[in-house]
Ligand binder design. Structure first.
Ligand code: HEM
Length: 312
């Protein structure tokens, strides 16, 4: 399956990312729909050109299509698990659904190269699509979230990354992946009022040494207790995270991004984070961080794009 998937899905973490979401600018007639399909089919070749120009940048591009765009462009067949992001509201937590049409998740070790590629991609997609949001994610210190805790430690490793993130056997969608993106804005002023012990309790891990607490020492609202879950068959529910922090003068937080072979893995973990326990508590990280967007996309395999190029 080596050449079949978009390499940035499972590749090692990058120093920089651009998370770009795009939407249709207008109602499209059938000719414009065909043009958009052709432009989307061309995007992987634009990546390859820039990979050749900047071989040391370890440049990746993951292209994701939403359920809405899939239906609007009447692409057949559709991945079985692709559906709009489910907004969540309970007494404590509100998580919106944004669902832009297209995701361009660029990443590499050079912000300038990411930006350069983004301009090439965007000039291809304009004016049919317009930018919904473009966020620069960067690796902070030794891979820490802006709350100061190392993020990504329990991510799948080695061969297991493929097993978790890529669809294995499927006539149309082998090598594809379900991707979820949420922008989380942190209230760092509130977080910094907590003692280090309280912060560690929120995650269920130590801060400086990044060591996991034993389960008997974890609170039921600890983030790692809420996110390490089993399904009804008692199997671990796993996702591959490719999140990075972002920061500007308006807000700071985490661009959460996860890839999974099963569409519902992310939904199950998110539901566990939002659920209120008998004390009325959700995942403790949600006391200091608020989701302000929520997107679901499908990133098809490289051969899917080739087939699209031939048919469009
Ligand atoms: C404010 C947003 C979030 C922050 C700051 C955050 C940060 C972290 C940190 C620091 C860890 C511990 C180290 C590690 O294993 O990576 C972690 C673990 C994890 N997070 Fe998050 N996370 C956030 C949201 C989410 C969301 C939305 C999901 C999925 C729906 C998620 C899924 C996980 C999983 C599966 C683990 C590994 C748990 C384990 O096996 O111990 N996280 N996160």
């Amino acid at each position: 399956m080596d050449d079949e998937y978009q390499q940035g899905i499972i590749g090692a973490p990058s120093k920089h990312a651009l998370f770009i979401t795009l939407n249709r600018d207008q109602l499209l007639n059938s000719r414009q729909k065909q043009t958009l399909l052709r432009h989307i089919a061309k995007l992987p070749s634009l990546l390859q050109e820039q990979q050749q120009v900047y071989p040391d940048a370890q440049l990746y591009l993951n292209i994701g299509l939403s359920s809405g765009l899939w239906d609007y462009l009447e692409i057949q067949p559709k991945p079985a698990g692709l559906r709009p992001f489910k907004a969540i509201t309970n007494k404590k937590v509100t998580m919106p659904a944004s669902d832009a049409d297209l995701l361009l998740h660029l990443r590499s070790n050079r912000h300038d190269v990411n930006y350069h590629l983004s301009q090439i991609l965007l000039s291809t997609l304009f004016p049919i699509l317009k930018i919904d949001e473009m966020v620069h994610g960067f690796s902070y210190l030794d891979s820490r979230d802006l709350t100061g805790f190392v993020d990504g430690t329990e991510n799948p490793e080695g061969e297991h990354r493929r097993e978790v993130a890529l669809i294995n056997k499927d006539k149309h969608f082998a090598g594809g992946s379900y991707v979820h993106i949420q922008k989380y804005q942190h209230n760092l002023a509130r977080w910094q009022q907590l003692s280090v012990e309280q912060q560690e309790c929120s995650y269920g891990r130590s801060k400086a040494a990044n060591i996991e607490f034993s389960s008997s020492n974890k609170s039921s609202s600890a983030h790692t207790a809420r996110s390490a879950i089993k399904n009804n068959q008692q199997q671990s529910v796993e996702i591959l995270r490719q999140s990075l922090p972002f920061a500007d003068q308006h807000s700071q937080g985490l661009m959460f991004a996860s890839y999974a072979a099963q569409a519902d893995s992310f939904d199950l973990i998110l539901a566990s984070m939002c659920a209120l326990d008998k004390h009325g508590d959700s995942d403790a990280i949600l006391n200091v961080s608020k989701a302000v967007s929520g997107h679901a996309f499908f990133t098809p395999s490289a051969s899917w794009f080739s087939a699209l190029m031939e048919s469009s």
